[in-house]
Design a binder for this molecule. Structure first.
Ligand SMILES: Nc1ncnc2c1ncn2[C@@H]1O[C@H](COP(=O)(O)OP(=O)(O)OP(=O)(O)O)[C@@H](O)[C@H]1O
Ligand SMILES: [Mg+2]
Length: 328
């Protein structure tokens, strides 16, 4: 069975999507995993980063986005076909696998659409429209989770809200990850998430837990970020304690602010390898791309401790292949 992981923070712009896409690329093309990305955000940023505008427009025109799943239920139509909607072998790194830079893994995508905005406000109607055959909280569970079986990971990119669509993602998640910039406004969102998800767990009988907090867009020269980082464990203790839970760990890997991380989301930009996509320029004493590798390794290690059967493994082999100077 796959690990289903939602990336969530109620604050916008904290690198949820960038982290989700890099994690998908790393798990697939460095660590050899089969990854499905579910884009639940009407902004469609993960979708555009993984397939570009042209392929997205095709999927949208053909009624094969996540929005159409909900729109079918609301309108009594039958356009959406989950098996056809999953786009196999996405990411601009995917095409490089045959050229020898990949690891045998793969990223597939269930794309999003701006039309999800229309859905959000009408989700409450789904129960009545389907004569109470479908609970609006269980659309993803009922219609999509049977397709998760062939994957090692399902990564869910959530919008910065806890609306019905996001809750559908949390319903099927084993864990959630909270990306945050270490500044006041970004970390305010954490207390809200901790409380709301704890309430949702109880109300819906869910088991999902917070796997950890990922610090993103870190600027080591910023006194504000340094203070924010130092404050984070205490803030987590207060936020999760108030929700009756132990605080989640903060991942040791801190994702630095880099041009490469931002540029990597441009699907159309030609890339030749994972290190090329995520940047070889040194930051904090190592090439930028290595932060993504370390984060994926930490996440897999953490998961292997929760689920002993899942062991990461080939990290050092792949890391050796990716060092600057190696053919990529
Ligand atoms: N490590 C980084 N270094 C520099 N820029 C970054 C980094 N990570 C993300 N960004 C940039 O920050 C902006 C926000 O990132 P992203 O879209 O991933 O955030 P988000 O949390 O998904 O936002 P939203 O809440 O709107 O979905 C984007 O312009 C992205 O390119
Ligand atoms: Mg996003």
């Amino acid at each position: 069975m796959p690990v289903v992981l939602s990336l969530i923070n109620l604050k916008g712009g904290v690198a949820k999507t960038t982290t989700a896409v890099q994690l998908a690329d790393t798990l697939a093309f460095v660590r050899g995993k089969k990854v499905l990305v579910l884009d639940l955000d009407p902004q469609t940023n993960a979708t555009l980063a993984l397939i570009g505008e042209e392929r997205w427009a095709q999927a949208d025109a053909q009624g094969q986005t996540l929005a159409h799943l909900f729109l079918d239920l609301l309108g009594g139509t039958r356009q959406f076909d989950p098996a056809a909607a999953i786009l196999p072998g996405v990411s601009n790194l995917g095409g490089l696998v045959e050229a020898g830079t990949g690891s045998g893994g793969r990223v597939d995508l269930l794309p999003s659409s701006i039309r999800l905005i229309d859905v959000q406000d009408r989700m409450g109607d789904i129960a009545a429209r389907t004569h109470y055959a479908v609970n609006p909280m269980e659309v993803v569970r009922q219609h999509l989770s049977p397709l998760f079986a062939g994957y090692d990971y399902v990564l869910i990119d959530c919008p910065p809200n806890l609306g019905f669509v996001t809750q559908n993602g949390l319903e099927v998640s084993d864990h959630y990850l909270i990306p945050t910039i270490p500044d006041r406004l970004s970390t305010y969102g954490i207390a809200q998430i901790a409380g709301r998800i704890a309430a949702l767990r109880q109300a819906r009988g869910l088991r999902l837990t917070c796997l950890g907090v990922v610090v993103t867009k870190y600027q080591s020269s910023s006194a504000q970020h340094q203070r924010g980082l130092a404050r984070l464990p205490g803030e987590l203790e207060a936020a999760f304690g108030a929700a009756g839970q132990a605080p989640p760990p903060v991942f040791k890997t801190i994702l630095p602010q880099t041009n490469a991380a931002a540029e990597a989301m441009a699907y159309e930009r030609p890339v030749t390898s994972y290190p090329h996509k995520y940047g070889r320029t040194p930051v904090g004493g190592q090439p930028a791309y290595r932060y993504g590798l370390h984060l994926a390794e930490e996440i897999e290690t953490q998961l292997s401790q929760t689920l002993p059967a899942r062991r990461g493994g080939q990290f050092s082999t792949w890391l050796r292949r990716m060092e600057p100077g190696e053919p990529a």
